[in-house]
Ligand binder design. Structure first.
Ligand SMILES: Nc1ncnc2c1ncn2[C@@H]1O[C@H](COP(=O)(O)OP(=O)(O)OP(=O)(O)O)[C@@H](O)[C@H]1O
Ligand SMILES: [Mg+2]
Length: 248
């Protein structure tokens, strides 16, 4: 899959008559990192579930890789409480019929990637919230997905843990070069992570696409004028004026 993925004129109308998306078109070039930001109920999760193939569009078309090439990370880590970190990560690989040696190799590789080398035997209750989310991310990465979909994965975590996981995710993306679509409520997180930020407003309307300039280094990006400009533009598309509030 070296191709761009598309949502083309996608409409999603649920059985109860709710229209979540009404003609959304958005493309996702191979290897790109897109952040989707917008208010609660605007259709972000619906767009992600359509890309994952968990929902079928009422009309329009969706191009996506096959199911085994897609990794999905939810807001809740959704780990099995009685299974170790290792077994939680290994489970989808076992179900997919991978050989034992291959599973061992992949699980230790992704545990290492998410910074949990040596913690494979821990049960979920022995891990912090941030660590549980790292296990959840490792489970999605273990299938070596071409498309990684994340639905507000770090929203429940404290600010410092979230900032660290944002940086870890960027590092993983730069190493893996998979296509990433990251849903968030946070304007600053969207501008920090996304090469491109798609701003959705109510009814799944695409209000704006912000192309965020690639920073020379990540360390000073949050204090750079480019970052603040991007946040201002995203906020404006959402109907907020950050400068009027002293800018944050
Ligand atoms: N299975 C469903 N049946 C009926 N309506 C639904 C269903 N799933 C979502 N909706 C509706 O579609 C709209 C978009 O929902 P969606 O979950 O995509 O929003 P969201 O942007 O992810 O919101 P949040 O930020 O709160 O997670 C909402 O009005 C929601 O009530
Ligand atoms: Mg949602």
């Amino acid at each position: 899959m070296n191709d761009t993925l598309f949502l083309d004129q996608v409409q999603m109308r649920f059985d109860d008559g709710t229209t979540a998306l009404d003609g959304l078109s958005l493309d996702f070039p191979a290897g790109s990192f897109t952040a989707l930001v917008g208010p609660s109920g605007c259709g972000k999760s619906t767009a992600l579930r359509l890309l994952a193939g968990l929902l079928t569009a009422s009309s329009g078309s969706v191009t996506r890789p096959t199911r085994d090439q897609i990794g999905f990370v939810f807001q809740d880590p959704t780990l099995l409480a009685w299974k170790s970190a290792y077994d939680n990560i290994a489970l989808p690989l076992k179900i997919a019929g991978h050989a034992r040696a291959d599973i061992d190799r992949r699980v230790s590789q992704v545990l290492d990637l998410v910074g949990l080398a040596g913690r494979g035997t821990a049960l979920p209750r022995e891990l912090s919230g941030g660590m549980k989310m790292r296990v959840s991310l490792a489970r999605a990465l273990a299938s070596q997905p071409r498309l990684l979909l994340l639905d507000e994965p770090f929203a429940a975590l404290d600010e410092l843990t979230r900032l660290r996981l944002d940086d870890d995710l960027l590092r993983i993306w730069q190493q893996n070069k998979c296509t990433v679509v990251f849903v968030t409520h946070s304007i600053s997180e969207s501008a920090y992570l996304g090469e491109r930020v798609a701003v959705l407003t109510d009814g799944g309307h695409l209000a704006h696409i912000e192309n965020v300039p690639a920073p020379a280094t990540r360390e000073d990006f949050r204090s750079s004028p480019e970052f603040h400009q991007a946040m201002g533009n995203i906020a404006a598309a959402l109907g907020h004026d950050l400068s009027a509030r002293g800018g944050t």
